[in-house]
Design a protein. Sequence first.
Length: 165
Amino acid sequence: MSYLVNPYMVTAGINQYCQPNYDEDLPVGVWYGGGSRAGVQFLSGHVLVGQTATKASVHSKRVGSPTGTMYYRIYNTSGVLQFTFGSMDVSTLTTSTATYQFDSGSSYTIQTDDILVLVFTGGDASNYVTSTKNTTVESNAKFVDYPSEAFRYQDNRANSYCVTY
């Protein structure tokens, strides 16, 4: 299940780690130079490593009229899928950046070097979805995208997201 949420909503007794700020929308799709995945890699010492994640949120929007499904997933550095938080029909996204929460109803314990990414393999230059990134560097994390079907890591950027654990 996935749905639009208020990124600043805090529920008593729930632990949540968020990087809510962003200054750039980033296209996601196989046609784009950054590829079909965009997100964050959790390095040793990140607060989420070792935590059991139950939900995750991403800032996204649609541009034009894309069709298909986007996923919020965790991969290892070899590109092997570890966990899927959920999926969403991209035609239901708003045209301005909003926060979407994914909740599969199960959980996953985050490991060092795991990669949390928004995945969308469709679209074209006029019809696509976005993720967000910012110039604020996050401690013990790297921004990642997926050009040429391989992860690319960037130290000088961060991704915006929330993980509930």
